[in-house]
Design a protein around this ligand. Structure first.
Ligand SMILES: [Zn+2]
Length: 451
C-alpha cells in the first residue's frame, strides 16, 4: 500500500472498486485509507483503522458542479402567472431577475441548505456557485458559506456583479466579492462574480477584473449564453463579447466562463489560448433553447455545471453526452467523464489542491460511495459506458468531503434533513408570495450603465 506521510488514518473504505482517476480513467480494487482531510493510502487498509464495508460499491472522486445558482433551489414548482416569455431576455426579465429580487436572508440560507443537501446526495462534493440577491447583498456569501459548511460541502462562491439594478448595487456586489475573498475558509473559496457583458458597463467590467486580479483569482461570468449578449456588444461597444472581456482583462487561466454558446471560431480560439475554463450547462441551454456551445465538443478546458437545475452532476453529464451525440459530435462515453475531471481541476486550482478529483495518496479526501453491484463486467476501459448508461445519483450511499463522512447510508450526518425540509417549504411559500408582487425586471440591454 502506497502511503502519504501525515496523521494516522481514522477511516478505511474496504473492498470497493475504486476509480482513482477520471482522466485518464483508472480503476483498482482496493481499500482507501483516510487520515485527516486527505487520502492516506490506496491498497490494503492497515490494521486497527475503523473499517467501513464497501464491498459491492464503486468509490468515485466527488463530483464538482462548475456553475450553479443555489438561490434557485426554492423556485422548484413556483407559480408563473405572467405572459409566457418569448426568448431568452424575457426569461430573465420575467423569471430569474424577478426571483433574484425576492429572497431575504432566511431564504438565501434555506436555498443554500436545500441546494447543498441535494448536491451531496447526488455525490457532488464541491459547488461553484454564482449568487444574486440584490436586496440582500452585504454578507450574503457568508450566509451561503455558513450553510454549506454546516452540511460539510466544499464550495467556491461569488456574488454576481451587474449594472442592471443600478450603480449602488453594482458597487455593493463588488464589495461583497472583495470582502468574502479577504477571508478564505477551510471549505470555501471565492471568485469575483459578474453577470454578463450585456448588463455590465466598461467601468464595472474593469473593476471586476481588477478585483479578481488583486485577489489572485478569476472572474466567473456568463458569456454569450444567448445571441442577445453578442448583439448588445456589437451594437453598443462595436466588438464581440469575448474581445470585450479580453480587453477588460477578464480572460486567463483563472477565469470561469459559463455557457459560451454563441461564440465564433475566432472567439473560441481566444478563449482556448487564454487558458480560461468553460462551464457548459447542457440541460439549462436546452431548457432555455439558446443553442449549443461549439466549445462543448472541442474546448480544451470544458467542465459541466447545472446552471441552477439541481446539483446532480451524474444526470448533467449524461444529458450532456446525449446532447453532444445529437449534435453530431464524434463523442465517446469518455467525454462526460473527462468534463467532470476538468471541473475538479478548476476547484482544485482555487483550493491550491492539484490532486482534487483523484483518489491518490495526499489528495483531498472528497469521495462518493455508490451501491453498484454491476450486472456486467466493469473495467477501466468500459467505465465511461457504465457512467452514461448505468450510474445514477440514486446509487449514492456515502459521501466524504475533506475526510469527513457527511452522508452515511443516504443520510446527512450533519443536518436534520426533515427540519430543513419543513423550514424550506415554509420559506418557499413566503418567497413565492413576495414574487407575486414583483413585476418583470425593467432592464433591457442599452450598452451603457443604467442611471
Ligand atoms: Zn448561470
Amino acid at each position: 500500500m502506497s502511503a502519504a506521510p501525515g496523521p494516522a488514518p481514522h477511516l478505511a473504505l474496504c473492498g470497493a472498486t475504486v476509480v482513482t482517476s477520471l482522466d485518464p480513467v483508472s480503476l483498482v480494487t482496493a481499500d482507501v485509507a483516510i487520515a485527516g482531510d486527505r487520502i492516506a493510502a490506496v491498497g490494503t487498509a492497515p490494521a486497527g483503522v475503523p473499517r467501513r464495508d464497501c464491498s459491492g460499491t464503486l468509490v468515485l472522486p466527488g463530483n464538482v458542479c462548475a456553475h450553479h445558482h443555489l438561490y434557485s433551489a426554492l423556485s422548484r414548482g413556483m407559480p408563473y402567472r405572467l405572459e409566457a416569455p418569448r426568448g431568452f431576455l424575457q426569461i430573465l426579465q420575467r423569471t430569474w431577475w424577478r426571483l433574484a429580487r425576492a429572497p431575504d436572508e432566511p431564504a438565501v440560507r434555506l436555498s443554500a441548505l436545500i441546494g447543498g443537501l441535494e448536491a451531496l446526495h447526488a455525490g457532488t462534493t464541491t459547488v461553484i456557485d454564482h449568487h444574486a440577491s440584490p436586496n440582500v447583498i452585504d454578507g450574503s456569501l457568508d450566509v451561503i458559506a455558513d450553510a454549506l459548511t454546516e452540511l460539510g460541502l466544499r464550495s467556491v462562491l461569488c456574488y454576481e456583479v451587474t449594472d442592471r439594478d443600478g450603480a449602488a448595487r453594482a458597487a455593493a456586489g463588488l464589495a461583497e466579492n472583495r470582502r468574502f475573498l479577504a477571508r478564505p475558509r477551510r471549505l470555501s473559496r471565492g471568485m469575483v462574480g459578474a453577470h454578463a457583458s450585456f448588463t455590465l458597463c466598461d467601468d464595472t467590467l474593469r473593476a471586476c477584473a481588477e478585483a479578481a486580479s488583486a485577489a489572485g483569482v478569476g472572474v466567473h461570468i456568463h458569456v454569450a449564453e444567448d445571441q442577445a449578449d453578442q448583439q448588445d456588444a456589437e451594437a453598443a461597444w462595436g466588438m464581440r463579447v469575448v474581445e470585450r472581456l479580453d480587453r477588460a482583462g477578464m480572460l486567463g487561466p483563472d477565469a470561469l466562463l459559463a455557457h459560451c454558446v454563441h461564440v465564433t471560431g475566432q472567439e473560441a480560439a481566444v478563449i482556448t489560448s487564454s487558458g480560461a475554463a468553460v462551464a457548459h450547462s447542457p440541460r439549462s441551454n436546452m431548457n432555455n433553447r439558446v443553442g449549443y456551445s461549439p466549445l462543448a465538443r472541442d474546448g480544451a478546458r470544458v467542465a459541466l455545471g447545472t446552471d441552477g437545475i439541481g446539483g446532480d452532476m451524474i444526470s448533467e453529464s449524461q444529458a450532456g453526452f446525449f446532447r453532444a451525440v445529437e449534435a453530431g459530435a464524434a463523442t465517446d462515453p469518455g467525454w462526460p467523464v473527462r468534463r467532470l475531471a476538468e471541473g475538479a481541476r478548476i476547484a482544485g486550482r482555487r483550493f491550491g489542491e492539484p490532486l482534487l478529483g483523484t483518489i491518490a495518496p495526499g489528495a483531498p479526501a472528497d469521495l462518493t460511495v455508490l451501491s453498484y453491484p454491476s450486472p456486467t463486467p466493469l473495467t477501466g476501459e468500459n467505465l465511461p459506458g457504465h457512467w452514461v448508461f448505468g450510474i445514477s445519483a440514486r446509487q449514492v450511499r456515502d459521501v466524504i468531503v475533506a475526510g469527513q463522512l457527511v452522508v452515511a447510508d443516504r443520510r446527512s450526518t450533519r443536518a436534520d434533513e426533515e427540519k430543513i425540509a419543513q423550514q424550506a417549504a415554509r420559506e418557499a411559500r413566503r418567497l413565492w408570495a413576495r414574487l407575486e408582487e414583483i413585476p418583470p425586471h425593467p432592464f433591457t440591454p442599452k450598452g451603457r450603465c443604467l442611471p
